[in-house]
Structures are given as structure tokens and as C-alpha cells.
Design a protein around this ligand. Structure first.
Ligand SMILES: [Zn+2]
Length: 155
């Protein structure tokens, strides 16, 4: 299973001395939660958190489940406004999430296939749809999406 390495993770507890410090050696693996996700612990402050915290699936405004739902709605070719209507989340927030997903296209692809159970084809469709619908995406993000889609065809 592809999962984040503990050294790529950071502590997101604002009260922690090692808050957001990278490679501080404070994050260790600490068992699994009920959903089977790897849990991590910050040795400095003792806070435990799932692997998704600190990744694209951890968002100040939305739960991991909501972000996964947005991905699934994108697979079904629902645009920002449709997602806003279905999930009752403001379109600016939806838009931010999609940009964030695109920025981490490779990580998101792995996550959706490994942890959510989407197929490669579904994820490719999601990216194609995102590219078509988000005209404001930077060239960098478009290139990244192209790379992820192209990479999958070699499998
Ligand atoms: Zn900490």
C-alpha cells in the first residue's frame, strides 16, 4: 500500500513546539484507526492524527469524507455549481478544493485508487473533467494533470 512516510508529515497542532516543522523527527507511526488508516503521533506534543491530516485531504473547512465526495462528483462530471448545490458548500470553497487537488494530482490519484477504491479510468476522467472545467488552472497544474493521466496509460 502506498502511504505517506512519517518524515513527510508535519504536526498541525498550533500549540506544539514543532508545529509545521519539517523533518524534525517528531512524527512517528502509531497504530491504525477504525477505518484502517495509519495513525501518526507527534512525540513533541503527543497529538495523534490520521495519515490524511496535513495532506490535501485535510482541509480547514471540510472533512476528508466531503473532499472524497467532491472527487466522486467530479468523476460523475458535476461542475463546481452542481457540487455547490448537491453538497451545500459555497462554490469558492469547492473551487479552492479542486485547485488544491490539481496541485497534488499525483498524490490524489494514488489516494483515490488505493484508499477510496476508484479505478484508474475514473480518476483519469476526473482529471480530464477538471482540466476542461477549470479554465483558471495554472499551466503548471495543467501540465501536472497531463503527466498523471499520461503516466497511467503506461501501466
Ligand atoms: Zn506536535
Amino acid at each position: 500500500m502506498i502511504g505517506p512516510n512519517s518524515k513527510d508529515l508535519i504536526c498541525l497542532n498550533p500549540d506544539c513546539r514543532d508545529y509545521r516543522k519539517r523533518n524534525a523527527g517528531n512524527i512517528i507511526k502509531k497504530g491504525f484507526n477504525t477505518k484502517g488508516n495509519q495513525m501518526f503521533k507527534c512525540k513533541t506534543c503527543g497529538v495523534r492524527f490520521p495519515e490524511t491530516k496535513g495532506t490535501v485531504f485535510y482541509n480547514r473547512h471540510l472533512t476528508e469524507e466531503q473532499i472524497i465526495m467532491i472527487c466522486k462528483l467530479l468523476v460523475e462530471k458535476n461542475g463546481v455549481r452542481a457540487i455547490e448545490r448537491i453538497m451545500e458548500i459555497h462554490r469558492d470553497t469547492v473551487s479552492d478544493v479542486i485547485e488544491d487537488l490539481a496541485r497534488h494530482a499525483r498524490e490524489v490519484t494514488d489516494y483515490l485508487i488505493t484508499n477510496v477504491g476508484l479505478t484508474q479510468i475514473q480518476v483519469d476522467e476526473m482529471w480530464s473533467f477538471v482540466k476542461k472545467n477549470k479554465r483558471k488552472l495554472s499551466k503548471e497544474m495543467r501540465d501536472l494533470i497531463d503527466m498523471v493521466i499520461a503516466g497511467s496509460t503506461q501501466l
